[in-house]
Structures are given as structure tokens and as C-alpha cells.
Design a protein around this ligand. Sequence first.
Ligand code: GAL
Length: 424
Amino acid sequence: MRIRAALLFFCFSLTCAATGGGAPAAVATEQKVTSNGLALTPPMGWSSWNNFAENINETLLMETIDAMATNGMRDAGYQYINLDDGWQHYKGNRRDHPLEADPVKFPHGIRYLSDYAHSKGLKLGIYSGPGQMTCAGYTGSEGHEKEDAALFASWGIDHLKYDSCCSHKDAPKAVVQAIFGTMSKALLAQKHGIVFHACHCGWSDIWEWAAGLGINHWRIGQDISDDFDYPGNREGYYFDILDMIDRGVGLEKYAGPGHWNDYDMMVVGLKGKSADLVGAGASNVEYRTHFSLWAMVNSPLLASADLRHLDSDTLETLTNTEIIALNQDPLGKPAQRVRSAGGLEVFAKELADGSMAVALLNRGSPTADMTFNVHKDFNLPWTRYQVRDLWRHKDLGIYDIPYTAEVISHEARVFRISEIKADR
Ligand code: GAL
């Protein structure tokens, strides 16, 4: 597998210095960076990796930009078109090669693409990493962080995914902080704002310190696979959709406007057909559950299916603006799992207008009647409340008793509930 194979080639200079008796902690204490003021709500967009891996080029990217601008996604809030690994010209160590775009895949260069994205009201993201090589073996940014940040800014890049390829699992936190802090500082020095994604497999307790280094989102786990609930981890590495949701429990408090837990690019609509990503695919109900939960927990919403050929179910899922509103709510409070028993789980979060979002998740096989109680589950003093179903797009009525819904296998029913004040 490409990712783990690449680790063999990795040697970050800071770590090599550290293991060779250098002083990484001193380096880390110099990493005083402030927020870039970006990503006040989780970034929404598309990333090339899950479906296309290294098989990316200018035509694909321009067609994807066109698709997002016209298929309803841009109007629903999606903005970023992110090039992942494989845009670079050279494979091999950075010390042996410059960082430049592959002239065959991208004949007009990257600035041309970002101008095109901007002309359509969208933004362009790019990918690099702190090693000599990226995970797929292309030249990385090690030792050239300032130069690369300036290059990306000169290309009009709006988002950078900076990937450690799951290396440095057991390195001192100061070393990892220095690695990501160096690039963050270099990005912050640019006039053009660039959202910064630190991709580090959810290691080094990154959620505890990332926001302080100006990082806008950080992966909470290893790569997602295109599965709803695969027994164990595929290839001993991948997380399925439910694994990722479990991984995030307890991390909610670290996220907020400008800094988010990242549950990985979505697999909605891949259907087990990705050229690169492992997994058997999921049903439409399961993909809806995936989308709903990513929205509830305020993960970035980065689609990865081929936007040029979306089926109607996938497009309907990705453009459900009532679900997206939970993710983009200005309060920026991720949902908590408030109850979990026998595979039946209740997630809830506060919203800026005083209403609550509630998701009832049935992880099991039999259909279940699931109930929430606003007093006991959410500690709310409400006596009467309105229930709106965000997948059926329907107001379901006003209640003064606990609310019960039928939830089929692997479904998440999602509701917005609002207090009905006594004088109404
Ligand atoms: C992995 C990363 C993936 C993708 C890939 C590219 O480490 O988790 O999301 O970016 O590298 O080589």
C-alpha cells in the first residue's frame, strides 16, 4: 500500500536532528503563530484523492470546477477544489528536485487553474508535506517551507493540505509541532490567506495544540475506507465511517470557529468503485448517515466522488442545505454523543438561533423506535417544542412529550428542534 510504503523513505530534518541529539524543543518554542482568521465554519469542497489518486490533470480539474459551479454544490456552500498528491512534476527527494507542477498533467500551470476556479466563484487547494517526499513519493517541502508557501500564494492557492503520511507517531510533540508550525508560520507570512490542513493521522494529540499553531483543521484518524461498518480495520489501517465517528467522541471540545476536527474526505457516492481507495461501498442510506454525522460534528465537508457524473441520490445527499446548515452554523459547536446503548445512539448540538440539532443513529440491523427526551437527554427546560425532519424537509408537529421516530438499519434520522415559547 502506497501510504505505508512511503514511510520507509521519510526523514524530516528536524526529527533527524532530534534523534541525532539536536534540540527540537527549542525549535518548537519559536513557533509562535497566530490564527489566520480563516475557516470560521468548516471548509466545504472537493478533493481529488479518494477517487482519482495520482490520476489528475488540468482537464479533470476544470471539468470538476465546472461541475461544482453548475450542479448546485456551489450554491449549497461548497467552495474548495483541492488537488491532492500527484500534481507535482518529480518523484524523489526534494534535495534532488525542485517543486513544480507536472507539465504534462498541468500544461498551463497551477495559476491558470486557480484563476479558473476564482472566475467561477470557487477556490483552489493544493497538497504537500513536510518530508523529502510526499506519501505517494513526490517531492515534499522539507527545508523549503518559506519558498513553497510563497510559491503557493503566488499561484493564488487558497488551501494547503500538509501531510506527514502518518510518520512521527511516537516523536516528541515538540518535534511534530515544529514540523507543522514551520509551514504554518510561512503561510501566515503571505498576504494571500491560505487555509491550513495538518494531516497527521490523529496522532500526537494534535487537537490539543493545532489551533494554537494557526492550523485550521487536522485529521483525527488514519484514512477512511469506503465502508460503513467493516469488521476491524481494512489492511490493519483504514477506518470505516463508524470507526471515524467513534474516534471523534471526546474530541468535540477542541473544535470551534477557525479550527476543526477533520474526519477525512467523505466517501459519499464512491460505491466501492474508486480507482485507489479500498472499500466495498455503502448504500444510499449509509452515505446519508455519513454525511449527516460529518455535518453534526462540524467536520470539513470535502466530497470526493467524480462530480462530473454524480447520480441523483448522491447529489441530493451532498446538497441537502438543511443538513449543511448544521455544519455551517455560526456557533460552530460540534455535536456530542449524548446516549449510546445497544447500537442506538443519540447525537445533539446547539445551534446559534437557540434551536438544537438531533441525530438518531441506528448502527444495528433491526429497525428500531428511538426516542429523545429534551429534559433528560439535552438538559433543556423546554415544555413545548417543534420538530423538523431535515431529510424529509417537513415540520412534524409540536410536542410536549418525548419524541419517538422509527429508524431503519444504518440510518440517521436528523431533526432540528426549536422551543415553542409560552406566549406563542
Ligand atoms: C495519505 C493521506 C491521504 C492522501 C494520500 C496522498 O497520507 O492520508 O488522504 O492525501 O496520503 O498520497
